[in-house]
Design a protein around this ligand. Structure first.
Ligand code: F0G
Length: 366
């Protein structure tokens, strides 16, 4: 009989802070494709895979953290979940709230959310609040209001979020047979780089700054090494590269348009403990990498996701990629969430032909 992936909490029961009988809210997230990308091998001299997180139920890696965070909320009796978001967290929170029978409230920077993500929050019935400010303002507001009201915060400052997100590292090790030499990923609020480092570390039998004590692994190691963590920020939203918050972050990659990441210290620890780095790439490079992934690999990702690949290509051009290394780039979200940016100014109105094979043959110049 065909086997269906059961979702993170069922697939990694020993490594997540849930016990038998605890409520589980899942949309069968995780188990995403790890795709070899020869077009990136050719550009880097390494063996490059992309971890396609856009294949999750709501189209981004956020579902990994949402199954754990929302499952935990059911243990507390709170009836409303809330988050600040650049779009994907809100889409995921809204969907998992539906699955859990909870309400969701999402606080978003006005005018800066890709259309697909906004549509998701709406169809899943979230209560939307648009703030005349950026993501950092939204997060400050949500943190304060969840402290004083019976509402559960499901941003990645909630440690259960990172617990779920760390499982992507487990999957990569399970799929490759060991950890890669280098892991590259986009960095916005810096939760995901923190979570991956936690996952790789726990699989290698270690803990990190962000590990929850109760789940710090006491299991046998599943990998023999740890990757270097390479983080990539957008040029106009690169606080971790500049070493100070950015007051007015700006980038075409709206998902990572963040000036003051919540997991700042954890991200620096991941960078330093892994002997990696965090760099920044221009919007032009992000869009070029998005086009390479779409036209040469066959994977359509949103702009923020392409930042990882843009950072890798930039590093290769600077001679910083060890030849022959095994490298995984996380591509965090689905390209369908933001088709307007991907198409740019390109014409999408095509003149119709007569409904005949002959006309089709002529139009295709066959
Ligand atoms: N890629 C995508 C597609 C994202 O949506 C995000 C974050 C990131 C990368 C960066 O991950 O914040 O863990 O460093 N999106 C958040 C949101 C902020 O609200 O959806 P991070």
């Amino acid at each position: 009989m065909a086997h269906q992936w059961r979702g993170l909490i069922a697939e990694y029961p020993d490594r997540l802070p849930f016990g038998e009988g605890d409520p589980v809210v899942t949309l069968r997230e995780g188990g995403t494709p790890l795709v070899h990308a020869p077009a990136l091998d050719a550009r880097t001299g390494a063996t490059v895979y992309v971890k396609v997180e856009g294949a999750n139920p709501t189209g981004s890696f956020k579902d990994r953290g949402m199954t754990t965070a929302v499952s935990r909320v059911l243990q507390t009796g709170v009836k409303v979940v809330a988050c600040a978001s650049t779009g994907n967290t809100s889409a995921s929170a809204a969907a998992y709230a539906v699955a859990a029978g909870l309400q969701s409230a999402v606080v978003l920077p006005a005018g800066k959310i890709a259309a697909g993500k906004l549509a998701q929050a709406i169809v899943h019935g979230a209560t939307l609040v648009a703030v005349d400010g950026n993501f950092d303002d939204c997060l400050r507001i949500v943190r304060e209001l969840t402290e004083t009201h019976p509402v559960a915060l499901v941003n990645s400052v909630n440690p259960y979020r990172l617990q779920g997100q760390k499982t992507a590292a487990f999957e990569i090790v399970d799929q490759l047979g060991d950890a890669p030499d280098i892991h590259v990923l986009p960095v916005g609020n810096a939760g995901n780089i923190t979570a991956y480092w936690m996952g790789y570390s726990e699989y290698a039998g270690r803990t990190t700054l962000a590990s929850l004590d109760e789940t710090a692994t006491r299991l046998p190691a599943a990998s023999t090494k740890l990757p270097e963590m390479w983080g990539v920020q957008a040029w106009g939203a690169a606080p971790l590269v500049l070493g100070e918050p950015v007051d007015e972050p700006e980038t075409v990659a709206t998902a990572i348009r963040i000036g003051n990441p919540a997991s700042w210290k954890y991200a620096e620890a991941a960078r330093d403990d892994s002997h990696g780095w965090i760099d920044r790439v221009t919007d032009e490079r992000i869009l070029a990498a998005q086009a390479v992934l779409a036209a040469e690999v066959g994977v359509f990702v949103e702009p923020a996701s392409a930042a990882s690949v843009a950072g890798l290509i930039q590093a290769a051009e600077a001679g910083r990629v060890p030849q022959g290394a095994t490298i995984v780039c996380t591509v965090t979200g689905n390209g369908l969430k933001d088709t307007a940016t991907a198409l740019g100014g390109r014409e999408v109105d095509i003149d119709p032909i007569a409904p005949t094979v002959e006309a089709a043959v002529a139009a295709l110049a066959l």
